[in-house]
Design a protein around this ligand. Structure first.
Ligand code: E4P
Length: 217
């Protein structure tokens, strides 16, 4: 499974990337707002830090305007993936931009039906939002499962990018299903390393080591 980090915080991206953990980055307008920085500047910096796809989202709602914004965003760096919303106009923009050779991430996907259309429109990535479905008492992971089944039935090459990931269990479930990518907030990526028994075991080993009176260095 590939890991993308879902943030526009360049310090967090640099730290995770130094560990070799990152295969890409996703941003959205809310994350750009949170960064407090101009979008073109922050996307350019992220693209310089990470080799993989860096999603930058259009904000127009009409296809031709989305395509124009997509051209501008794709011009920032060769590893920009243009992010378009899963609307009828977004699908038109996806078809055109992928036809021109750009990577396109179709976002705000909440159903397998939407994902099927995105694959037909040639999307490089489809982003089903697991957490936002769970927030409504629905089963976000069931949508990932359905998309995996449908894409495999027909050999669609669109990568399933599990998004709106809130917990370690979301990551593990998405991996069990075979989602190609999970885009994960930095805090959840770090939480993947945590286990109460690791902490407990380490405390006990360190206490015993102190009793030996020895030093390694
Ligand atoms: C995906 O690319 C989105 O940026 C993101 O995963 C949305 O997550 P949220 O529901 O936590 O805002």
């Amino acid at each position: 499974m590939k890991f993308f980090v879902d943030t526009a915080d360049t310090a967090a991206i640099a730290e995770l990337n130094a560990l070799g953990l990152l295969d890409g980055v996703t941003t959205n307008p809310s994350l750009i707002l949170k960064s407090g920085r101009p979008m073109d500047e922050v996307i350019a910096e992220i693209c310089g830090l990470v080799e993989g796809p860096v999603s930058a989202e259009v904000v127009a709602t009409e296809a031709e305007a989305m395509i124009a914004e997509g051209h501008k965003l794709a011009g920032i760096a060769p590893n920009v993936a243009v992010k378009v919303p899963l609307t009828w106009d977004g699908l038109k923009a996806c078809k055109r931009l992928t036809g021109e050779g750009h990577m396109v991430n179709v976002t705000l996907c909440f159903s397998a039906a939407q994902a099927l259309l995105a694959a037909k429109a040639g999307a490089s990535f489809i982003s089903p939002f697991v957490g936002r479905l769970d927030d409504l008492g629905l089963d976000g992971m069931a949508v990932i499962r359905d998309i995996r089944l449908i894409y495999d039935n027909y050999g669609f090459e669109t990568e399933i990018l599990a998004a709106s990931i809130r917990t370690v269990n979301h990551v593990i479930e998405a991996a069990r299903i075979g989602a190609d990518v999970a885009t994960v907030p930095p805090g959840v990526l770090k939480a993947l390393a945590q286990h109460a028994l690791t902490d407990k075991g380490l405390a006990s080993f360190l206490a015993d080591w102190q009793k030996t009176g020895q030093k390694i260095l």
